[in-house]
Design a protein around this ligand. Structure first.
Ligand SMILES: [Zn+2]
Length: 352
C-alpha cells in the first residue's frame, strides 16, 4: 500500500494534468460540428494506453466514431478483465448554468469535495473514471503488480446511444474475450461508500411532431379557431401521467416485474440520505410515482420524461404566432421484461 501511495504521490500532478488535457477536448458526439474533436480524443486515448503499458493499441473504425482497443496480456492462463469506458461527452448546454466554461477544467473545493474536484464536462462521465483505469494499469505495469490480463474497449458514441458498439462487439468476438467486464460509468452511493451497480434500466427514445395548420398563423386572426400544435402537444404530454405519477399508456406496466417485500427491504438497507439528495440537487422535495421510495423510483420502476420540447417563437420579446408544428423528444426508462420495441409501439399507438 505504501508503495502504491508513493507512486501515486510522485506522479499525481502528471496524472491530473493529463486528465485535464483530455477534458479540454470537446468530444461532443451528438453535434457533428465537433466530429474532429471526437476523433482527436480517440487519438489521445490511444497514446495514453500505449504509455500506460498496453502492448497492443488500435483505433478501430466503426460505422460511427472509432472504438479504441488496447490490451496487456501477461499470461494466457490468467483471467482477463475487459475495461469499458467512453471518451465522448454530452453537449454542455445551457452554458449559462456553468460556473466555469465546460472545456476549461478547474479544480475547486466544495462542501461535498473538501479535497477539491475537477469541474469540466466529462470529468465524471466518463473521462475521469476511464482514466482512473488507465492510470491503474500504468501503476501496475510500472511496479510489476499486474495480476491478470487487461483489455480496454473505449467507445466514442455512448452519449448518442452506443450505435456502433453492438456491431463492433459482434465483429470482434474473439478479440474481446474476457472473464469479467469492468465498467465505471455509473454512480456511487456516497463518496465514502464503494458501490457496485448490478443493473441499469433500458431505454425507449422517441421524437414526436404535432402538425397543425399548413403555415404559422397570427393569433389575432386565427387564435381560438384552429388547434394550436403546441397546446395540443403539451396536453398530450400532460396526459401521459396520472395524478399519482403513474404512466397512463395502456399496457405500459403489463410486464413490469414487481419486487417482493423482502427484496424491497434489502434495497432499503443501502445507505441513503434523502436530505443530502435534496441538498445536492437544490430541491425542496422529491417527486415521483406514488407508493415507491426515491431509490425505487430511479431503479426498479419505469419512467417517462420529456427531454426536449420546441415550437413557435422562443426569441426575445413577444410574437403572437400560432406555430404550424410542435415537437418533443421523449424517453422512457425501462425495467426487466419490458421490451423497448413493444413499449415504443404502445407509445405510438397511444399518442397517434
Ligand atoms: Zn457515461
Amino acid at each position: 500500500m505504501d508503495k502504491l501511495k508513493s507512486y501515486i504521490n510522485q506522479h499525481k500532478d502528471r496524472f491530473i494534468n493529463e486528465l485535464i488535457e483530455l477534458l479540454k477536448i470537446p468530444s461532443i458526439s451528438a453535434d457533428s460540428a465537433f466530429s474532429q474533436d471526437v476523433i482527436n480524443t480517440a487519438e489521445a486515448i490511444k497514446i495514453s494506453l500505449q504509455k500506460a503499458g498496453c502492448d497492443l493499441v488500435e483505433i478501430c473504425e466503426t460505422p460511427g466514431y472509432p472504438i479504441v482497443y488496447g490490451e496487456k496480456i501477461i499470461d494466457e492462463k490468467l483471467p482477463t478483465i475487459l475495461v469499458y469506458g467512453h471518451y465522448d461527452v454530452q453537449p454542455p448546454d445551457p452554458l449559462n448554468l456553468w460556473d466555469s466554461p465546460p472545456f476549461e477544467p478547474v479544480i475547486k473545493k466544495t462542501e461535498i469535495h473538501p479535497e477539491g474536484a475537477i469541474f469540466a464536462r466529462g470529468s465524471c462521465d466518463d473521462k475521469g473514471q476511464m482514466y482512473m483505469h488507465v492510470k491503474a494499469l500504468e501503476y501496475m505495469t510500472a511496479n510489476n503488480k499486474l495480476p491478470c490480463n487487461v483489455k480496454f474497449m473505449i467507445e466514442g458514441e455512448e452519449e448518442v446511444g452506443s450505435v456502433s458498439l453492438s456491431w463492433f462487439v459482434k465483429q470482434n468476438h474473439d478479440k474481446l474475450a474476457n472473464d469479467v467486464i469492468l465498467i465505471s460509468d455509473t454512480g456511487m452511493i456516497s463518496n465514502t461508500q464503494p458501490s457496485i451497480t448490478t443493473g441499469l434500466r433500458g431505454l425507449s427514445y422517441v421524437e414526436v411532431e404535432v402538425t397543425g395548420p399548413n403555415r404559422d398563423l397570427h393569433s389575432g386572426l386565427y387564435g381560438g379557431a384552429v388547434a394550436n400544435p403546441i397546446n395540443i402537444l403539451t396536453k398530450m404530454i400532460a396526459s401521459l401521467h396520472d395524478e399519482n405519477n403513474h404512466i397512463t399508456i395502456p399496457g405500459f406496466y403489463d410486464k413490469v416485474e414487481e419486487l417482493s417485500t423482502e427484496e424491497r427491504a434489502e434495497m432499503a438497507k443501502a445507505p441513503f440520505s434523502l436530505d443530502a439528495y435534496k441538498k445536492a440537487l437544490d430541491i425542496e422535495s422529491v417527486y415521483g410515482e406514488k407508493g415507491y421510495t426515491t431509490n425505487e423510483r430511479n431503479a426498479i420502476r419505469p419512467t417517462l420524461d420529456v427531454n426536449g420540447i420546441w415550437g413557435g417563437y422562443t426569441g426575445e420579446g413577444a410574437k403572437t404566432v400560432i406555430a404550424s408544428k410542435a415537437s418533443a423528444k421523449i424517453s422512457m426508462r425501462l425495467v426487466p421484461n419490458q421490451d423497448w420495441n413493444e413499449i415504443t409501439k404502445l407509445f405510438r399507438k397511444y399518442s397517434s
